[in-house]
Write a protein that binds this ligand. Structure first.
Ligand code: FES
Ligand SMILES: [Fe+2]
Length: 424
């Protein structure tokens, strides 16, 4: 059981909090490229770690991330005009480029002001359909990382962003909680249910197949965070066991195995009570966007739009649950991410972990909290958090495999071991 203080430490992410300081040591996704589809398109107003930002794409296609408030008198730059190499505030027309340089001040003819005043701008990278920002101390900017999904062509990748009104930790915990997969996601992964219900949804997903819902968990820390194996009886029998290996890369990324692809999921805190979940699905073969969108359950326009990104289901409509469909849909919901988002929402904005009753199946959740707490302690004592200087994470991947009973699960993630050895 956690104390109230520990829960606060893990969940609060503002600039003056221990976790906020820790999270600010890493790069984070702040938008998808699709949210800024063309040069001079509408700017994006968003949040990261409790602060407000405007993200815009200039006439040359370069992306800038600035503090939202105009340095003149604080109006949101997200309403501004994006034109001729910069973002122009609507109020008095001050114009800034992607580096925050002040270019024009129509209400103040002395150009020397442009050398004195700057908009606060942050380091930005745009890679593989994600826009990343580093909003921490400039002197501590870590190297930029590469992930496995950066290694495949764009046609083999599908990206979704879904903003959920819940603290990041309960979403991240769901991602390392293997025992819920065969229960909450019964619609998608349990052959016995699928055979029974004869739904038109049947066959859209081969995310995983499982009937054993009490996996044993084995967990190891790694330089990037930790990884764990969920070990089940194999559906194929023959004395084999099924092993699902999930890595968690601090501070927010997990990689989840599906049959033909991987889900790379970042639970990026927008503030204490809202989270931008970025799901990067990648494969060694081309993916069809509509199929992945259906798999993750983001094809229902009543609760989600690809352009706005917000998951909008509320208790007013029972978080989108359709109970009349529950002879067909185990949850009365459809799609993996939608089910996960609803579970996070159903726990309230910030889960009170002092009231939990944890069991052995929650070990990977406990390890997540511990590794995040390790990171906080390191940062608060003047050290770098785990993995912050690792640049090549392309070999950190998830596994789902049937193996003979005497094969150690670590053999399935040998790259993680080699990676760990190299990092020492
Ligand atoms: S408030 Fe932005 S130009 Fe005046
Ligand atoms: Fe889930």
């Amino acid at each position: 059981m956690m104390t109230r203080q520990e829960n606060e430490t893990l969940c609060r992410v503002g600039p003056d909090t221990p976790m906020g300081r820790t999270m600010r040591r890493y790069w984070h996704p702040i938008a998808t490229s699709a949210q800024l589809p063309s040069p001079d398109c509408a700017p994006l107003r968003t949040k990261l770690l409790g602060e407000n930002f405007v993200v815009f794409r200039d006439s040359d296609g370069k992306v800038g991330v600035l503090d939202e408030g105009c340095p003149h008198r604080g109006v949101s730059l997200a309403l501004g005009r994006v034109e001729e190499g910069g973002l122009r505030c609507l109020y008095h027309g001050w114009k800034f480029n992607v580096e925050g340089k002040l270019l024009e001040t129509p209400n103040h003819p002395d150009p020397r002001i442009c050398d004195v005043i700057k908009a606060k701008a942050y380091p930005v990278r745009e890679v593989s359909g994600l826009i990343w920002a580093y909003i921490g101390d400039a002197a501590k900017e870590p190297p930029f990382r590469r992930y496995a999904f950066d290694e495949v062509p764009a046609s083999n990748r599908v990206i979704h962003r879904i903003d959920v009104q819940a603290n990041y930790l309960q979403l991240a915990e769901g991602g390392v909680d293997s025992s819920h997969v065969g229960i909450l996601h019964t619609n998608q992964v349990r052959p016995s249910w699928r055979a029974m219900r004869q739904s038109s949804d049947q066959g859209v997903l081969d995310a995983a197949v499982m009937e054993d819902n009490a996996p044993s968990l084995e967990i190891e820390d790694t330089p990037f965070g930790y990884h764990y194996a969920a070990i089940r009886q194999s559906m194929a029998g023959g004395g084999k066991r099924n092993v699902r290996v999930t890595p968690f890369i601090l501070p927010t990324l997990r990689v989840i195995p599906a049959t033909f692809y991987y889900f790379n999921v970042f639970e990026t805190p927008m503030d204490d009570v809202s989270t931008a979940t970025y799901i990067v699905t990648h494969s060694d073969r081309p993916l069809v966007d509509e199929e992945i969108t259906k798999v993750v359950g983001l094809d229902d326009t009543r609760f989600y739009s690809r352009s706005e990104c917000a998951f909008t289901a509320t208790w007013a409509e029972r978080l989108g649950q359709d109970r009349a469909s529950m002879n067909q849909s185990w949850t009365g919901l459809w799609g993996i991410q939608r089910e996960d988002a609803v579970m996070a929402l159903a726990a309230g904005p910030i889960l009170d972990r002092t009231k939990e009753h944890l069991v052995a199946a929650d070990q990977a959740v406990v390890r997540l909290r511990r590794r995040l707490m390790d990171a906080v302690k390191l940062v608060e004592s003047g050290h770098a958090p785990p993995g912050v200087n690792l640049t090549d994470l392309t070999k950190v991947l998830a596994r789902d495999q049937d193996v003979a009973a005497d094969v150690p699960w670590q053999d399935l993630a040998r790259e993680h071991q080699e990676f760990a050895a190299a990092a020492e």
